[in-house]
Write a protein that binds this ligand. Structure first.
Ligand code: NAP
Length: 271
């Protein structure tokens, strides 16, 4: 588990070009791909967006966030989404359906670990409150579930398509040996259960589709910043590095592996 700190170590992100080229692609999905990134204003969401824009088989990138972004590509369309408003999620799904018909890949890269003094990961059950649990579940579990119900029907059929949610290894019940971070862990464990449950129904409706949870590793983003002190430099990843590794995992996942929980290197994580 990360430890909280006031100061963070210096981290240098390698160039995007180092991770692109032939090794980062989505060839298992075919061509003319429509992809959706939810949380494109975040560290990993932005990295996904930027890599996807550079993949030749990607036709359109719908970037969903609370922020309006500077226009940087004719492939890119920004759409406003607030995770706490079902209406904005429904509007985004309707707009994408009217623009693209179907989508090939949906990447859910939103999440919350801390948000000011009133919402910090717990070290002990003595700091756990109903409010912290509610906040974590609202952003990390309920909003992704609402997004899944509105976006899973948009997945293309009769070819590979995927709905991928970023989860976290600390959401693994089987892997929990350190304790702490009760709200975040529980909200991610519940997310994992929902994704697993969606995957079973999705297989019946859309047999070529994949629905899975991924763990990105420990990545230098706003989310991890206050907890990086005890992370060795070699373990801490840049967001581009992690997103590129995850795209390789997503490209390699088959419908038989739908419903699983996988790390950035493709290894399966126990639920
Ligand atoms: N970084 C890591 O080490 C690490 C490790 C394990 C798992 N993960 C998981 O990876 C995912 C991405 O994390 P990250 O590191 O990229 O974090 P991040 O940089 O903090 O990005 C979080 C994203 O979630 C969005 N978000 C939060 N609340 C929202 C709301 N109410 N409405 C709309 N968007 C909202 C943020 O939007 P705003 O910009 O508008 O706030 C931002 O786009 C998360 O699911 C996280 O749990 C990260």
């Amino acid at each position: 588990m990360f430890s909280p700190v006031n100061q963070t170590q210096h981290f240098t992100e390698p160039n995007l070009a180092d991770y692109l080229g032939d090794s980062v692609m989505l060839d298992s999905f075919g061509n003319n791909l429509n992809v959706v990134v939810v949380g494109a204003s975040g560290g990993l969401g932005r990295a996904f967006q930027d890599i996807l824009l550079d993949i030749p088989s990607v036709n359109r990138v719908f970037s969903l966030s609370r922020k309006s972004e500077v226009f940087r590509s004719s492939k890119l369309e920004n759409i406003y989404v607030d995770l706490e408003s079902t209406e904005t999620i429904e509007d985004a799904a309707e707009r994408i359906q009217s623009r693209a018909g179907t989508v090939n890949l949906i990447l859910l890269a939103t999440g919350l670990l801390h948000d000011g003094p009133d919402f910090q990961p717990e070290r002990s059950w003595t700091s756990l409150t109903a409010q912290s649990l509610e906040r974590a579940f609202k952003i990390n579990t309920i909003a992704p579930a609402v997004i899944a119900t509105k976006f899973l029907p948009l997945l293309a059929k009769k070819k590979k398509s995927s709905f991928i949610a970023l989860s976290a290894r600390v959401g693994s019940i089987g892997d929990n040996r350190l304790g702490g971070w009760h709200s975040y862990r529980a909200s991610k464990a519940a997310l994992n259960m929902l994704i697993r449950t969606f995957s079973i129904e999705l297989t019946r409706r859309n047999p070529e589709a994949v629905c899975a949870c991924l763990h990105p590793g420990t990545v230098d983003t706003r989310l991890s910043k206050p907890f990086q002190r005890n992370i060795p430099q070699a373990t801490l990843k840049g967001s581009i590095e992690s997103a590129a590794q995850l795209i390789k995992v997503i490209n390699n996942l088959t419908p038989n592996e739908s419903g699983g929980f996988y790390a950035w290197d493709g290894t399966e994580i126990p639920y």
